[in-house]
Write a protein that binds this ligand. Sequence first.
Ligand code: PEP
Length: 256
Amino acid sequence: MKKYLFVGNWKMNHTLEETRKFFEVFLEKIGEVDLSDRLIAIAPPFTSLYYASSLVKDSPIKLCAQNAHFADRGAFTGEISPLMLREIGVEYVIIGHSERRHIFGEKDSLIAKRVEGVYKFGLTPILCVGETLSEREVGQTLEVVERQIKRGLEHISELLPERLVIAYEPVWAIGTGVNATPEQAEEVHSYLRELLKELYGERAREIRILYGGSVTPENVNSLMSKPNIDGVLVGGASLDPQKFLSIVSIRVVKEV
Ligand code: PEP
């Protein structure tokens, strides 16, 4: 059975001491959560990643990086290789987050290479896609996410479905406090599901499609009730261990 996936993206937040405090609270309580149908991953900044790997070692919490280069080593100042991440126990890597696309100018072609590199070295890419507000307003949402998926996955022809995660994150919902409604999210997720089936066949049902954008303990139940939402990518609310615990411990009831 495909397990739900809850990912916390800390972005450029939490020093080592704050990382220690987060896990002190989070790990103490996570044992009380029924994890039989779900996976939980946390993406700290690179400085905390190695430290976090020692803190989560004997726990069910998985580690995620916020980006990665495509090569194993080389003259790429400022980058981290998938091999280096694998060495410290990282399993997932966020690629093509809207902040990478819009603040740092990462294009679909670079994102596709990062996805390929991460996949090739045995990590699971979490490919983020999503439209801006102006694109939504002119009715281009599905066209934009389709282009981002097709271009972002252009080097992945043979696929193990459990080794790919897609995150639909409308840019206008990230960090704004305005989440997509469950209906808006489901419309895009079901479109993405069909698109992935076209690309990879029936096994694409097993690919997890996460929703991200102002997820909170208050709205996570209704978002997760939608049939094609397989988990959430959480930014702001994942910084607080209590809030993230409330999110990851919800009882998921799917609409029929
Ligand atoms: C994110 O970082 O991917 C995100 C969705 O942020 P937030 O939950 O704060 O909107």
